[in-house]
Design a protein around this ligand. Sequence first.
Ligand SMILES: Nc1nc2c(ncn2[C@@H]2O[C@H](COP(=O)(O)OP(=O)(O)O)[C@@H](O)[C@H]2O)c(=O)[nH]1
Ligand SMILES: Nc1ncnc2c1ncn2[C@@H]1O[C@H](COP(=O)(O)OP(=O)(O)O)[C@@H](O)[C@H]1O
Length: 184
Amino acid sequence: MIDSKTGQLIVITGPSGVGKGTIIRSLLQKYPQLHLSVSVTTRSPRPGEVHGKDYFFVTRDRFQQMVQQQELLEWAEFAGNFYGTPRLAVQDKIQQGENVLLEIELEGARQISQTFPQALRIFILPPSLQELENRLRNRATDSQEAIARRIQRAKTEIAAAGEFHHTLINDNLDRALAELETLF
Ligand SMILES: Nc1nc2c(ncn2[C@@H]2O[C@H](COP(=O)(O)OP(=O)(O)O)[C@@H](O)[C@H]2O)c(=O)[nH]1
Ligand SMILES: Nc1ncnc2c1ncn2[C@@H]1O[C@H](COP(=O)(O)OP(=O)(O)O)[C@@H](O)[C@H]1O
């Protein structure tokens, strides 16, 4: 699958609720040589989310400081919160020949395409907008307002899918995973 001697950066983008987290969890179980970059966010933790595992949860002041001190490889505002990729952890892993996954939204993926043009950028699409909304509602982790913001943003993101090296529809999870594995 992946050449273990060369550290590769793989960007996975797609609308909120499409199944990025679900897909990545499966990938990490199957391929221990893959590492997921843990992002920094100003969003509040959801029940069960763990600081340092799901995200580093920080204040807006701390986030701003990280931006100013150029500690982030990329960052963006999404649905009213800030998200960013800590630079050092990713650089260290890549230099050590490890493969690193970034699960980030569109603006961040665009920044990476400038700063890391060699990164493989993959966009995950939902079968339909209605199904995307169903998944967000069934996941039941976000308020009505947060879901509405995510659906609104999804339209812009989906329209930009053509900027990515590959697009993939997460209809059936196992099928989508099998297709994704062929891209690495
Ligand atoms: N640019 C950027 N986007 C991120 C980062 N971490 C997470 N995101 C994106 O931010 C969006 C919202 O994430 P989250 O609040 O966890 O919601 P969820 O994707 O619906 O589970 C998603 O599109 C994530 O891919 C990051 O470090 N940088
Ligand atoms: N292929 C699929 N078919 C049906 N439901 C799915 C599929 N993939 C993921 N889901 C469900 O959709 C919801 C959103 O998935 P999640 O991985 O949290 O998305 P994201 O990380 O992109 O926001 C979750 O409840 C998850 O169990």
